[in-house]
Write a protein that binds this ligand. Structure first.
Ligand code: SAM
Length: 217
């Protein structure tokens, strides 16, 4: 089911300057971003320094309520980056959190309190048994996989979730939004319209919730 009840987490400040910079990025720099290392997270052309600032707290509180999580619940974030959001679940009393990300840099450089809950792992090959988690969520990750792998990742999310799932992906409705998306998300490998994602979710029998982030600027 499509939902817009969860807050869009993206910081919208200074986007036009950053968009111009991304449009002029060299192929070499794009390839560097695709390695999800220091430049992507903390370099001037990426997030520009991605640090914990508590911005996820209200969204996480909404998710705890919406998905009826208790201190005994198990939660997995797929593509958790420096795990600021996952840390918030942990801080708010959901102790059994797990996270995975393809980026070794993110796993090594994020919030240290929950480093032991993390694995370097690709979203399309989750090394967890079936039905392991009460909530599996993935935010702004799956469009960074190629189309086949993004489908496998959705199947993996369904497989390891025993109850709830939430997926947010970057998408578009209009040609202008499509161009913004391709320019802004330099690591994108699957540029799908909202309707195409919806059709894919239906075809795969994905019964969790989802939300599309759109770049209107
Ligand atoms: C835009 S960031 C989003 C990070 C985090 N979910 C958030 O909302 O802040 C995209 C993340 O996807 C991760 N990623 C890219 N490809 C991946 C894959 N195949 N499997 C798991 N994570 C992946 C990147 O390392 C990066 O941390």
């Amino acid at each position: 089911m499509e939902t817009d009840v969860l807050t869009d987490l993206n910081c919208k400040s200074d986007r036009s300057k950053r968009l111009a910079m991304r449009r002029s990025m060299t192929p070499t720099l794009r390839a560097e971003h695709a390695r999800y290392g220091q430049e992507y997270f903390d370099g001037p052309t990426g997030y520009g320094g991605y640090y914990y600032d508590g911005r996820h707290e209200s969204t996480v509180r909404q998710m705890i309520e919406r998905y009826e999580l208790t201190p005994e619940s198990n939660v997995l974030e797929v593509g958790c980056a420096k795990r600021f959001m996952l840390y918030e679940f942990h801080r708010l009393g959901i102790v059994n959190v797990q996270g995975c990300d393809i980026s070794e840099y993110a796993v090594l450089h994020g919030k240290p309190e929950i480093t032991d809950r993390l694995s370097v792992m690709s979203a399309d090959r989750l090394d967890f048994p079936d039905d392991s988690f009460d909530l599996v969520y993935s935010i702004d990750v799956l469009h960074n996989l190629n189309p086949d792998a993004s489908e496998r990742a959705i199947q993996e999310i369904m497989r390891v979730s025993r109850r709830a799932a939430f997926i947010q992906v970057d998408s578009y409705d209009t040609p202008a939004e499509q161009r913004n998306l391709s320019d802004w998300v330099v690591t994108i490998k699957t540029v799908r319209s909202k309707d195409d994602w919806r059709a894919m979710f239906r075809r795969l029998g994905y019964s969790g919730e989802y939300y599309f982030k759109v770049f209107t600027f």
